[in-house]
Structures are given as C-alpha cells and as structure tokens.
Design a protein around this ligand. Structure first.
Ligand SMILES: C[S@@+](CC[C@H](N)C(=O)[O-])C[C@H]1O[C@@H](n2cnc3c(N)ncnc32)[C@H](O)[C@@H]1O
Length: 249
C-alpha cells in the first residue's frame, strides 16, 4: 500500500490547504458526497442519546448530521482553520451547543478522555500517515458493542486507477487508496468487526470541465439506477466505500 510522509500532517494542519479543495456540499461533488449521508440516513440506526467522536471532522458534515439526530458530538481535527469553519457551520445549522470542537491528531487522541458509543472517521483514513496507530487509538475510544464508521477509497476503484493516479496523485501525494481486505484486516486487528459495507459512485464527477459535465450526467444516471451498491464486486469499483463495524473486545 502507498505510504504517506509525515509532511502530510503538516500539510493538513496548515491554513488554506484542505479548506480550499474540500467542498463536499458544493457543485458536482455535492451530488456524490450527499450519498454518504443518504446511506447513513437509510441504513445506520442512530440513538439520540449517543455520544459520538468524529475524527477528521473537516467542515463538520458528519458532526452536524449526528448532532441533528440528537447526539452529543466531539469533533476533532488537526486543522484549526477547518474547526473554525465547522464551528460556523454548526452555528448556522442550530446545533453548536451539541458539538465540542477539539484540535488534535488521529494518531494521538491523548486529549480525548472518555469512551464513545460511536467513533467516525469519514474521508480521513485516506490522509493519515500511520493509519495502524490511528486505528488503535480510535478503537480504544469506542465502548464495547459501539460502532466505528468509516469511508475509504478502494485501490480497485475506477476513480483511483484512472483519474487520481494519472492526474493528481503524483502532484500532491497526500492521499492513499486501500487494497482489497486491507481495511477489514486492519479493523479486525483492532477488535472491530465489519458489519456493513456500501459502495458509492462508480462514476465520480470530477476533472476539467470537458470531462466533468459528461461524468456528472453519467453519475446522475447511475444514481437513478442504483443510489449505492451492496454487491462486493461493484463496491470494489466504486469511488468510495462507506461502512461500519462494531467493537468486539
Ligand atoms: C477530506 S476532509 C474530510 C472531512 C469530513 N470528515 C467530511 O467527510 O466531510 C479530511 C479532514 O481530515 C483532517 N485530518 C487529516 N489528517 C488528520 C489527522 N492526522 N488527525 C486529525 N485530522 C486529520 C483534515 O484536516 C481534514 O479536515
């Protein structure tokens, strides 16, 4: 599997880096990323009394989702700038009082003192250099029987094979994809048994305008046929996998 240098963390902690390109609620990306929330909404039962830890919260998408479902959320990120944006978004959505924002590193988590009913790490596993260390820290924060929710990019996805590797991967090198079974083995080593996996978007609407517009049309057509996939052979071709497991020990 591709390794990420420790400079990746400096990149994310710096201002005007990830905040510039991570806009999952805007433009053609909105169409793709809203399917992650659709999967949770339709498939993941949330209890309003839960406490949730959202690692790599970014602009707060999932922290806000869980807060709107009544949960108390701790939203952690390595970037002060992203936390500021997430704070403003939570305020706009009327759930600021349900979320505590914490500056921290997924590979450390020593400033998180309690256990949670669910820990989520969405669109962030791809960017953490020592993912084994991060997984052991995150797993330690889940109560027995609690949930770990995640997304990752499969190495076998068309997006990774065709677009990321050819066009952007070599240029910025701050993301990785996961080989088949790697995530399941990594989670198992950390006492997390995968319960559900879904694939979203074989077609990902990205790239220069000339590609983006036809890809967007294709992606919409794909969604009409299947909003998300459960079949393993489709899941491995999708741009993102979203899933969850339970803490077993
Ligand atoms: C692509 S964004 C995803 C944000 C959010 N989870 C979502 O799905 O909308 C990745 C986020 O992870 C954060 N991040 C990257 N490395 C991290 C680390 N080692 N510890 C904590 N957060 C990290 C970044 O600063 C960024 O806000």
């Amino acid at each position: 599997m591709q390794s990420l240098s420790n400079d990746t963390k400096k990149y994310f902690a710096a201002e005007k880096t990830v905040s510039k390109w991570w806009n999952p609620t805007e433009g053609t990306y909105r169409f793709h990323y809203e399917k992650e929330l659709q999967v949770l909404n339709e498939q993941f039962p949330v209890n309003k009394d839960w406490k949730i830890l959202d690692v790599g919260t970014g602009k707060g998408r999932f922290a806000i989702y869980f807060a709107k479902n009544g949960c108390k959320v701790t939203a952690l990120d390595i970037s002060e700038e992203m936390l500021d944006i997430a704070r403003q978004n939570a305020k706009k959505e009327g759930v600021a009082d349900k979320i505590t924002f914490v500056l921290g590193d997924a590979e450390d988590l020593s400033n998180i003192k309690q256990k949670y009913d669910a820990v989520c790490c969405m669109e962030a596993l791809d960017h953490i250099p020592d993912v084994e260390k991060a997984l052991s820290k995150m797993s330690a924060k889940i109560r027995l029987g609690g949930y770990f929710l995640f997304t990752y990019v499969p190495e076998t996805s068309l997006y990774w094979k065709l677009y990321y590797n050819l066009f952007i991967g070599k240029k910025i090198g701050i993301a990785r994809a996961y080989p088949d079974n790697y995530a399941a083995e990594l989670f198992k080593k950390n006492d997390i048994a995968i319960k559900k996996l879904f694939g979203i978007g074989v077609v990902f609407p990205t790239g220069p305008k000339v590609l983006k517009i036809p890809l967007y049309a294709l992606a919409r057509l794909e969604k009409l046929i299947k909003p998300y996939y459960r079949n393993p052979s489709f899941i491995r071709r999708c741009t993102h996998v979203i899933g969850w497991g339970t803490k077993e020990n």
